[in-house]
Write a protein that binds this ligand. Structure first.
Ligand code: HEC
Ligand code: HEC
Length: 266
């Protein structure tokens, strides 16, 4: 994550220092299932514990009402998520639906690269599970069964990813799907539509610059694949699940995007 001392007021400094110092990269534990742990615990106790965790670590940015207006929020760009809208960027579920507990757990454990959202991987698993249940109390969307869809399957990257042929096909698809409208001809985030884009709260948002390294949604090839399979809710970044139904095409796009940053991780 990026520490920006020039925008950091006292509150931001405190929040960042407490939260971010242990935030060195660590492999995700893919076998851990937060929803199973949550189901095995007493629900009202879990929400009560979640409130304690939230009030201690999250409230300064995300706000007492979950509206993203904590005392530090004013200095942050992007702004902390407004949980009362329950629109989440980093999901394995289809566009417009709620994330899984695993999705929220991944975000909380890894943090959000290029934003002030810290990585909380030293937090006890029960605390993470509890705070996940607590942030669900900020929106009624979580009690509506129609808001849920099962996750989209994200396969392991095929061997052709990164080959020159795959990069070339990815470039064709990038042009065909008009990604350049927002992300620009050379992927620098400077397409013709870029200056007009706003998020769902009307704030200016900049398309990702693919030449600049690690993406917000994570460092792996699967993270890139996930981004255009599900879209980033609350932002103009659409889902290409329907318009690119062939998974291979989505992998070619991954090849192209990784080629723009000059290196890749599996
Ligand atoms: C220093 C400020 C800060 C603190 C402290 C903080 N967050 Fe965040 N959080 C952010 C910002 C900023 C974003 C938005 C990132 C973006 O939009 O790219 C965010 C986004 C999120 C998201 C949304 C991810 C998505 O898919 O859209 C979740 C969930 C979240 N935070 C949970 C937490 C929890 C739980 C805590 C406490 C344990 C916490 N945050 C503490 C700043 C913070
Ligand atoms: C209407 C504008 C728009 C179009 C078209 C668009 N994007 Fe995006 N994209 C965005 C914005 C805005 C963001 C940044 C969102 C953020 O920072 O939260 C983004 C972010 C991304 C990210 C980075 C996510 C991350 O984790 O940081 C990837 C990858 C991406 N877009 C790929 C594509 C591809 C591939 C296409 C074409 C198939 C495409 N985009 C088309 C607006 C667009």
């Amino acid at each position: 994550m990026v520490f920006r001392p020039w925008i950091a007021g006292g509150a931001v400094c405190a929040a960042l220092l407490i939260a971010a110092l242990p935030a060195i990269a660590q492999e995700d534990d893919e076998d851990f299932d937060p929803s199973k742990l949550a189901a095995s615990l007493n629900q009202s106790q879990l929400v009560r514990q979640g409130k304690q965790v939230y009030d201690r670590y999250c409230v300064g940015c995300h706000g007492a009402n979950g509206d993203g207006e904590g005392v530090a929020a004013h200095w942050l760009d992007p702004r902390p998520r407004d949980f009362t809208r329950a629109a989440f960027k980093f999901r394995t579920t289809p566009s417009g639906t709620l994330p899984t507990d695993e999705d929220l757990h991944r975000t909380i454990s890894r943090g959000v690269f290029r934003s002030s959202m810290p990585a909380w991987f030293l937090m006890a698993e029960t605390e993470k599970v509890a705070v996940i249940q607590y942030i669900k109390t900020f929106s009624d969307r979580w009690s509506d069964p129609d808001e849920y869809e099962p996750p989209i399957f994200i396969p392991d990257p095929p061997d052709f990813v990164g080959s020159p042929e795959s990069v070339a096909r990815g470039k064709e698809l990038y042009d065909l799907m008009r990604c350049h409208n927002c992300h620009g001809e050379t992927g620098r985030g400077d397409g013709p539509s870029a200056p007009t884009l706003t998020d769902d709260k009307g704030r200016r948002i900049i398309p990702f610059d693919f030449t600049s390294g690690v993406l917000k949604g994570g460092p792996g090839l699967k993270d890139i694949y996930r981004t255009f399979s599900t879209g980033l809710d609350g932002t103009p970044m659409p889902s290409y699940y329907d318009s690119l139904p062939n998974g291979e095409d989505r992998w070619h796009l991954v090849s192209y995007i990784v080629s723009l940053r000059g290196s890749g991780t599996k």
